[in-house]
Every structure is written in C-alpha cells, then in structure tokens.
Design a protein around this ligand. Structure first.
Ligand code: ADP
Ligand code: MG
Length: 349
C-alpha cells in the first residue's frame, strides 16, 4: 500500500495560493500528444483530433465520501483519479487528461496537500494521463476534491448504457463486494482505536478488502481484452454503487429486464470469510456494496464462447424482456426481484 508520513508542517497561509499551485504541480509531466498546453495559462489546450471526446467529473467531500481517519491523503488522491478514469473506461474510451480542483481549510499543512498530489501523480504515471489544470481555493471546513477526466474514443467504439438487447449475456470483470467490506473493516478498527488507541489491529485477513477500498484500480485493460476477443459490448457501466444499481441503470436505459444468478457472482474468498465474520449476506454485499470500479457489460449471446472461461470475466446472467423486470435467481432456485439500492442504503440497515 502507499505510505503516508508527514513529519514537517508548512502552513498554507505562509505559502499562498500561487506558491501552493507551483509546488504541487512542479513534478507533473505532459505525456499525451493531445495535451498541447497543460498547467500555466488561462486554459489548457487539447488537440481534439477526429475522435469523440469523453468528459466526466466527480466531486468528493470530506465526511460524505471519505473519512481521513482511515483514508490516507495519498490514497485519496489516487482514488479520486481512479473513480473518474473508471467512467471513461466504462464508455470504452481512453483517458488522456485530468483536471483537479481542491478546496482546503487551514487545518491542513502544505505537506498534507503534497501527499494528496503524490497520490494523484502516481495515478497519472500509472494510467498515462496528464494533469492539465485545476483550481485551488480555501474552504471553511475540511477538504473537497473535484476531478474531471477527459478521454477519447472512436465514434463506433463508444459503448453506452442503452444498448442492451434481450438474450444478451451480462458480464462483470474481476470480483465484487470487497471494497464495501474493506470499508466495514476500517470503520470497525476506527471504533476500536477510539476506545483503545494502543490496540494494534491485525488486518492480515483483510488485506485484499482494504486494498480494494483504499487503492482501487480502474479497469483500463478491459477495453483491450475485449478487442482481442473481438467482442464489442452492447452496453457498459462501471460498478460504483453496486451491481444492483448498475443493472437498474442499464435496464432502464436499454428498456429491458434481466436475470442474474446468485451462484455466478464472483466473490473473493476474503469476501466470503469476512461476510461470515460480520454476519452479512455475501450476495447482498456483492449486489449493493459498490466502489468496486469493475466494469459491468452486456454482450451478444453469440459471443458466449469468447467470454466463457476467461479468468478476467464472469457471466452472471442475461437480459430479458422489459416486462419481466430485474430478477435474482437464488441458489435455492427461487426468483426474487432485484432492488436498486446503492451502498448508502446498505449502510443504513
Ligand atoms: P486562473 O486565475 O486563471 O483560474 P489559477 O491561478 O487558478 O488561474 O491557476 C493557474 C494555473 O494552475 C492554471 O493552469 C490552472 O489550471 C492550474 N491549477 C490551479 N490549481 C490547480 C490544482 N489544484 N491542480 C492542478 N492545477 C491547478
Ligand atoms: Mg483558478
């Protein structure tokens, strides 16, 4: 995992806005040919080319979307970029630039912002995207971070949410439910820590879950994997709120229904063991957990042989007629209606 150590403290007031911007942006390089001008002028200049442009934004607020007591700032920076790149990849596009806007209160020393940007830079280097601009301002309380990602795709390659057809297979990359459980583990440790700060938690059984929560990776590779298999999804979405919600979006926009199978949901062994320990239903966690940043997509049934057995993908069900609704077939072979609930509603239970 990433480290987070800040022995020094420099006040933001001392540095000033321009000093801060200069300091945090000095280590960023431009790598994409389409980034004509990055940071330093009134606006960035991007080469539009003949492709179509994808633009997506997410706003993350302390206390609402993250808790700094267990989310190191370097991880926060990394994750803030990931959630945006994930949206570009969910359109079957290539992410090329990001902008980052932050509002911070004086409670944060400069070194904290440096940590945040170290995470952003790691994400930029790993995913080959350029930081080309942003805005910096103060907040009265806490920290707020907004990232915009800009990407490209050939018109004919873009995959929307509205193209799923009856009989299409429903496929998900990787495994699901781990990020939500990682959050549960971190929240439990926070409570334990508040009671006894000397208690050293043993998190060995949860490393994968915590990694998935604190350092998610956007699925940049899926587009290429599908191209190699000569499969073009008919619809696609990234898993930010949980499979149930994402299926709801795909089915509503495509005007179809779906049937997914409980025994087909890809779960990591740590998800299964931790669900037992927390007395949570693993199916519920997989469906409503969220923050997995995997890709959920549909493919024509004719592509079954190309996807079947591929270690990157699981076929979890198929698309049905709209009037059949959204259904889960349980291990006991019972059909129950899927509820579109994001991880927030799961939390309230
Ligand atoms: P302006 O007054 O024109 O908005 P700024 O002084 O806010 O310009 O920003 C100067 C340059 O630094 C611009 O290129 C802007 O995009 C960039 N920038 C400002 N804040 C950030 C930030 N937090 N992260 C990355 N780039 C930033
Ligand atoms: Mg500005």
């Amino acid at each position: 995992m990433l480290e987070d150590k800040n022995p020094q403290k420099t006040s933001l007031a001392e540095l000033g806005e321009f000093g801060l911007i200069n300091h945090i942006t000095q280590y960023f390089n431009i790598n994409q040919a389409s980034s004509v001008k990055g940071i330093g002028d009134d606006a960035a200049v991007l080469d539009a080319s003949e492709k179509q442009t994808l633009v997506t934004t997410d706003l993350l607020i302390e206390g609402v979307h993250f808790d700094l007591s267990y989310m190191p700032l370097k991880h926060l920076g990394y994750k803030a970029v990931m959630v945006n790149l994930s949206d570009v990849y969910a359109m079957n596009g290539t992410a090329e630039q990001i902008t980052v806007s932050i509002a911070v209160s004086n409670r944060f020393p400069f070194e904290a912002i440096e940590e945040l940007y170290a995470g952003i830079q790691l994400a930029c280097d790993t995913y080959k995207v350029d930081l080309v601009g942003g805005d910096t301002t103060s907040s009265t309380k806490g920290i707020l971070i907004s990232v915009t990602a800009i990407g490209k795709a050939n018109k004919e390659d873009i995959v929307y949410r509205n193209g799923a057809k009856e009989t299409d297979l429903i496929v998900v990359s990787g495994d699901i439910g781990a990020a939500y459980l990682g959050l549960q583990v971190l929240e439990r440790e926070k409570q334990v820590f508040q009671v006894d700060p000397n208690n050293q938690p043993d998190l060995d059984n949860y490393t994968y879950l915590i990694e998935r929560q604190l350092k998610p990776e956007a699925r940049k590779d899926v587009s290429g994997l599908l191209k190699e298999l000569e499969v073009k999804p008919t619809s696609m979405i990234d898993v930010s709120d949980g499979i149930s919600s994402e299926l709801f979006h795909i089915c509503t926009q495509s005007k179809v229904g779906c049937k997914i199978y409980e025994d087909k949901l890809p779960l990591d062994p740590q998800v299964i063991s931790t669900c037992e320990e927390f007395e949570l239903d693993s199916t519920m966690v997989a469906l409503s957990g969220g923050e997995d940043y995997e890709l959920l997509f549909t493919v024509p049934i004719a592509d079954f042989d190309k996807i079947k057995g591929n270690p990157n993908f699981s076929i979890i069900g198929h698309i049905t007629e709209e009037n059949q609704g959204l259904n889960l077939v349980t291990r006991a072979n019972q059909e129950i209606e899927l509820k579109a609930q994001g991880w927030n509603s799961l939390k309230e239970q």
